[in-house]
Design a binder for this molecule. Structure first.
Ligand code: DOR
Length: 447
């Protein structure tokens, strides 16, 4: 008797840990239950995916969705809408909201807001402050927590821990891998006068490569002393990448599609303040070494650092303009375009966007196309050629730094625990749930 599936996806090329090949995928109760050839099987819904590629669901481990407090820029629903339109099945969201996510109450509030309202699955980073250090070991293990986030240099919002004593104390206390924004606050303060009114290129001169390197070097020293794993977000400079390559015992590395794709000084002339972010977009010499790190395996994950601001906010003259750009929706097409140009393989893309996040953060039941895992799938058309434009963007901010770029490779479907969150640009139901982590699994009293 042929098995009955809730969802059967037929005829696509599956890309997973075992390689690449034609296979059907059977889904029941939100999980993958069979991978193989299932002609004649029944299913509640069958999708013909001939000609398409199915990847493990793309997990974006750095987004800012602004809720609560800054909903005029984005909210959890609009940010996750943008995510699934771009083929992303789960996001880790950052704590620099209003209020900042620095307590159990603030975290539980976000989890409650996300459940059934977000289109993709989610986890939230808890922000470290000088005041909540002793609480962090408890906070990092709460349901829905992706871990601890530390801003070593100030950026959007007021989260900041820049003194060595507190950083060491945080590292001594926590058990999970924490994520760090590494720019040296003292150097940023010293150099603030280098900002030139109306000139966003001066942003990259103010927040210079040395500011990033100094913070990353300090972090690696403290992590090694404490014997703790650290995750360095949005690495942007050549020297950091080379240093990180010598510290893979403690450090994992994120790069963003924008640091890999958009380069100074041209991008500041073309996009003005839209190109302004922290750490800044840098020149091709740095970008080349980021690609070296990516192809040599130093880089563990791609994160979009989706950080939307409204066009009105971005229209203010530099330095009044805020730092950050949207990116959750463009991560997949921008990077698939790099795949089409031969700059990375599809297997490496999968490694960076699902297996990598799973390995670093110990995600339970995601990050792999395998029986028993959540049916989170990113379905793409590698042959589709399209132009990215602002009209396509589902984020409240309504713009993208990649507007006008023609890319080859496009997200066609986003499957979240067996539900079609997006198919050919149409949204499904919002069914987001918290991501679970092996280091913080809830006890099940009924088991
Ligand atoms: O450019 C940035 N914008 N970098 C960050 O670290 C924060 C982000 C934001 O939240 O706007």
């Amino acid at each position: 008797m042929p098995e009955t599936f809730d969802l059967l996806i037929k005829g696509a090329t599956l890309v997973n840990h075992a390689g690449e090949g034609l296979a059907d995928i059977g889904v029941k109760d939100g999980r993958i239950v069979a991978i193989g050839s299932f002609a004649g099987h029944c299913a509640g819904r069958t999708i013909d995916a001939v000609g398409l590629h199915i990847l493990p669901g793309v997990i974006d481990t750095q987004v800012h969705f602004r809720e609560p407090g800054l909903e005029h820029k984005e909210d959890l629903q609009s940010g996750s809408r943008s995510a699934v339109l771009g083929g992303v099945t789960a996001v880790f969201e950052m704590p620099n909201t209003k209020p900042a996510t620095t307590s159990a109450e603030a975290l539980a509030d976000k989890v409650g807001r996300g459940r059934g309202r977000m289109y993709c699955d989610f986890a939230f980073f808890v922000g470290a402050t000088r005041e909540n250090v002793e609480e962090l070991p408890r906070l990092e293990k709460l349901p829905g927590a992706a871990g601890i986030k530390v801003f070593m240099g100030s950026s959007t919002g007021d989260l900041l821990v820049d003194d060595e004593e507190t950083l060491s104390r945080i590292l001594a206390l926590i058990a999970r891998r924490a994520a760090f924004h590494a720019e040296d606050e003292a150097r940023l303060r010293e150099r603030a006068s280098l900002r030139r009114d109306g000139d966003p290129l001066s942003h990259s001169q103010w927040r210079d490569p040395e500011a990033a390197l100094a913070a990353t070097a300090k972090l690696l020293r403290l992590a090694t002393a404490a014997g703790k794993r650290v995750h360095v977000l949005h690495v942007s400079t050549a020297a950091e990448m080379q240093l990180l390559a010598l510290h893979k015992d403690v450090a994992s590395v994120e790069v963003t599609p924008q640091h890999l794709t958009l380069a100074a000084p041209e991008i500041y002339r073309r996009l003005g303040t839209k190109a302004q972010m922290n750490p800044p977009l840098r020149d091709p010499a740095h970008q080349n070494v980021l690609w070296w790190g990516l192809t040599q395996g130093v880089v563990d994950v791609l994160g979009s650092d989706h950080a939307p601001h409204t066009l009105e906010e971005k229209a203010q003259s530099y330095p009044l303009s805020p730092s950050g750009m949207p990116g959750v929706q463009t991560l997949v097409p921008v990077m698939l375009d790099h795949v089409s140009k031969g700059r990375l393989s599809l297997a490496r893309f999968v490694d960076l966007t699902s297996a990598g996040p799973q390995r670093l953060f110990g995600i339970s039941g995601k990050g792999r196309i395998a029986v028993g895992y959540d049916a989170d799938l990113t379905i793409v058309d590698l042959k589709a050629e399209r132009a990215i434009d602002d009209d396509w963007i589902g984020s409240k901010c309504g713009w993208t730094p990649f507007a006008g770029e023609r890319v080859k490779g496009w997200p066609v479907g986003t499957v979240v625990r067996g539900d079609l969150a997006m198919w050919e640009g149409e949204l499904g139901a919002a069914c987001g749930e918290p991501v679970r982590f092996g280091e913080a699994l809830p006890r099940d009293p009924l088991a």
